[in-house]
Design a protein around this ligand. Structure first.
Ligand SMILES: [Zn+2]
Length: 46
């Protein structure tokens, strides 16, 4: 499963990579950004 994020409303979209047409269910935007797996930063607790 690949995660996508809408460029307009920044809504997380879970779609199958097989589907080419990806439209945001929230704002029906066609500008979708790929969500990088290394997006989360690890913060050390001091
Ligand atoms: Zn959207």
């Amino acid at each position: 499963m690949v995660g996508y994020i809408c460029a307009k409303c920044e809504a997380e979209i879970d779609v199958n990579p097989v589907v080419e047409k990806i439209i945001c269910p929230e704002c029906s935007g066609r500008v979708i950004l790929k969500k990088r797996p290394k997006d989360m930063k690890t913060v050390k607790a001091r």
